[in-house]
Ligand binder design. Structure first.
Ligand code: SF4
Length: 455
């Protein structure tokens, strides 16, 4: 089990800067609109992958959570999803012929709120996907669920459609916190959902939590943590609330003085980490926890964990096709993103049958740095020899400047560097984003401001 780290206050002040979460390298900030459909096709042709992961973005939500920084549309009109599915169908019909040599091994529905869809709309969506793509017999099918607006029996319907993994947004169980974020939900109903999911033999249940929310105190969050343990999920995602009110208008409803201070926020995170590890969960990467027999925990142990736009995954060696407004694809040596506004998405599908707005084709340097950053973010360890061999470089020579940048972390006892490896120590794991930033060739003072604080 990974030891629960502490962080010296002076290091929190020194390294808790703004930085990417590295769900991709280069980050989405480097995507540009010179990347087009021809580049997208070229990436598919050049890709050696034969396995495909599908991501479908459902942008609608029933109401606005004030902390949210996602791309979503708040509406009560269910029929908006019918129109959306009409356009999604056209996109799928046009995209699928490019992937006839791929087999789908993974599907994830994210949002927004995928559970905004009705049972009939889910049936329709799955029918379209299965008609146009080749699904392998065993497919990992996961969906994010908002526990506020669904009926218990939706879980039965999703299971019948082939879904086997559920992720519920819990965030915090305290009513004062819930009211401040405009997300009041009943923990007893969440319990009922998890009970039903277990009766239906879902393979894995994840709960999302957020620390750093308004009015969250140590005592209140402790109660949330205890309730989470009673709910007994297979996985827990523990996200940091990034307060960026100048970027996200809804966050202006959250007053600065309601938020925990930097030190208090760090304590909330450390308390949660200690609580989960004391209860038998293994820390995965920087913000996930899983039971020791969960495949993420096993993959981390074998150092084969991957990271993509949905976070940590065991299925990194496949192409990822994003479908729907704002979705991101990772195909071979390229990233591509669909247009972010729904109106523009509809127009693009009508005009061109697809909605890629921007992207980036990776240079060899991007690929090497991406592999280094991924190893650090996933495994907290970098085998320099393996990178040298894989990319025919001399690691120490290639990353001479970056190794100098790492000296500060070395001096502060956050990492060790040997001729063969870089190891991130327990305290350094909390600052893994800052450490990975040393290998990012694109960062500068202006771009880092676009990212949230690393803790
Ligand atoms: S947190 Fe989820 S449910 Fe809430 S507004 Fe954002 S996307 Fe919608």
């Amino acid at each position: 089990m990974i030891e629960t780290p502490q962080l010296r206050p002076e290091l929190l002040n020194k390294y808790n800067l703004n930085g990417p979460r590295y769900t991709s390298y280069p980050t989405a900030l480097e995507f540009h609109n010179r990347f087009d459909q021809e580049d997208f096709k070229l990436a598919i042709q050049d890709s050696t992958n034969k396995q495909l992961s599908l991501y479908v973005h459902v942008p609608f939500c029933h109401s606005m959570c004030y902390y949210c920084g996602c791309n979503k549309i708040v509406t009560r009109q269910k029929n908006k999803a019918d129109r959306y599915l009409d356009y999604l169908e056209q996109e799928i019909v046009n995209r699928a012929p490019l992937f006839t040599h791929h087999k789908v091994i993974q599907l994830h529905l994210g949002g927004g709120t995928p559970s905004f869809l009705s049972a009939g709309q889910f049936t329709r969506l799955m029918g379209i996907l299965r008609q146009h793509f080749q699904f392998q017999t065993q497919v990992e099918m996961s969906i994010e669920i908002d526990p506020r607006e669904i009926e218990l029996n939706l879980l039965d319907h999703l299971k019948n459609l082939g879904f086997n993994r559920l992720s519920f947004g819990l965030q915090d169980t305290n009513l004062i916190v819930q009211e401040a974020i405009n997300r009041v939900q009943d923990t007893e109903f969440v319990q009922a959902l998890l009970t039903r999911a277990r009766e239906l033999n879902y393979d894995s249940i994840n709960l999302d939590l957020i620390y750093g929310l308004p009015h969250q105190t140590s005592a209140r969050f402790q109660q949330t943590l205890e309730k989470v343990m009673l709910l007994n999920p297979d996985r827990i995602s523990l996200f940091s609330y990034a307060h960026l009110p100048t970027r996200f208008a809804a966050q202006r409803k959250i007053r600065d003085e309601w938020l925990p201070s930097g030190d208090e926020k760090l304590s909330l995170m450390l308390d949660a980490m200690a609580h989960f590890t004391a209860n038998g969960y293994v820390a995965i990467g920087m913000d996930h926890f899983a039971k020791p027999d969960d495949e993420l925990a096993l993959a981390q142990k074998q150092q084969i964990l991957h990271r993509n736009f949905q976070g940590y995954t065991t299925k990194g060696e496949c192409d990822l096709l994003g479908l729907g407004v704002s979705s991101i694809s990772s195909i071979g040596k390229a990233y591509a993103q669909n247009t972010k506004k729904l109106k523009d998405y509809y127009q693009a599908i009508e005009d061109k049958g697809q909605a890629v707005e921007k992207g980036v084709s990776l240079s060899q340097d991007d690929i090497i740095r991406g592999a280094v950053i991924k190893a650090l973010m996933c495994n907290f360890m970098l085998d320099k020899d393996a990178i040298s061999k894989q990319f025919s470089i001399n690691f120490d020579h290639y990353f001479k400047a970056e190794l100098i940048k790492l000296n500060t972390f070395l001096t502060d006892g956050l990492i060790t560097i040997t001729p063969k490896s870089i190891m991130v120590l327990a305290e350094g794991r909390l600052l893994i984003r800052s450490i990975a930033m040393a290998f990012d060739a694109y960062l500068n003072a202006a771009t880092t401001q676009a990212f949230s604080k690393v803790i």
